[in-house]
Design a protein around this ligand. Structure first.
Ligand SMILES: [Zn+2]
Length: 283
């Protein structure tokens, strides 16, 4: 299957509710799997009039949407799927207004759907530690224009990216040494090489079980061979631009979910089909 998904392919694959329900069944349980009731490997058939499948051996019913974000929703599955499609195929994120316009639902519904899907992106992303050569950088995002309040109202985000691999991001409460150290020891394997800028709090990494290299941004040094934090910085640029263009104001409460969404998209770029199924399956 192709890595990317066009609108045309989307509607060929998911022409109606039936096709969508079958897909949820397929990615979550499999149309043929070992039945939890009779323990036999069985084919599961659609039951007319219910959103369920039945075991060909014993007749046990499986509701593929049970426990998912679709479970109690009156919104058709195909609309949920299309919303997920927009999330995985849009580089710069999807605003509630955009969902409202494309899906023809109310703004309130669009907003709720967007948040449910963002929650999924957080859960779907792999929770695997980083190794090899890891770039680490932090940035300040958002906040008020007012100078006195600006610093306090900004959110500090830390980014760790394995070269050629996964990006991990998280909001941190402050830029103290212990905070940086906590994140690094949780997310990076000992013995990995780490690139950072010259920020004081990264000094601690010299005495830790990491091989630590720094570039001195203060002296306008941005890269010294392999030593740089350019990949994380380019993520910051996309993230900040997208926030500025699609989400006028993000409360601290919802910041995490936007950050997860963008991190997820960055990690799975150019693998839209895989990303789509991962979202449908991770519930
Ligand atoms: Zn059975």
């Amino acid at each position: 299957m192709a890595a990317t998904l066009s609108v045309r392919q989307f509607f060929q694959r998911f022409p109606d509710e039936e096709a969508c329900l079958a897909h949820v069944m397929e990615v979550r349980h499999g149309l043929r799997h070992v039945c939890r009731a009779c323990s036999k490997e069985a084919t599961f058939h659609r039951i007319t009039g219910r959103k369920a499948f039945a075991c060909a051996q014993c007749g046990d019913h499986v509701y593929p949407s049970a426990g998912t974000i679709f479970q109690d929703s009156r919104t058709p599955l195909q609309l949920w799927f299309y919303a997920i499609f927009l999330f995985v195929t849009t580089r710069h994120g999807v605003s509630s207004r955009e969902l409202q316009r494309q899906l023809g639902v109310t703004l309130k519904t669009a907003w709720r759907m967007g948040h449910k899907i963002r929650e999924l992106t957080g859960r779907a992303d792999m929770k695997v530690m980083l190794n090899g050569h890891v770039e680490i950088d932090e940035t300040y995002v958002g906040g008020r224009a007012n100078r006195e309040q600006a610093f306090k109202s900004k959110t500090i985000v830390m980014g760790l990216k394995k070269r050629g691999g996964r990006l991990h991001t998280e909001v941190i409460p402050n830029t103290k040494m212990t905070t940086f150290e906590g994140v690094v020891t949780r997310q990076v394997y000992e013995g990995s090489t780490i690139s950072t800028d010259e920020h004081l709090s990264y000094g601690l990494l010299n005495v830790s079980p990491f091989k630590h290299e720094t570039v001195n941004h203060g002296s306008k040094e941005y890269a010294r061979g392999e030593v740089h934090v350019n990949s994380v910085e380019s993520f910051w640029r996309i993230f900040k631009l997208s926030i500025a263009s699609t989400h006028i104001h993000i409360s601290k409460k919802h910041f995490d979910s936007y950050l997860r969404e963008f991190t997820f998209r960055s990690n799975h770029r150019a693998r839209e089909n895989a990303m789509f199924d991962l979202l449908v399956a991770s519930l």
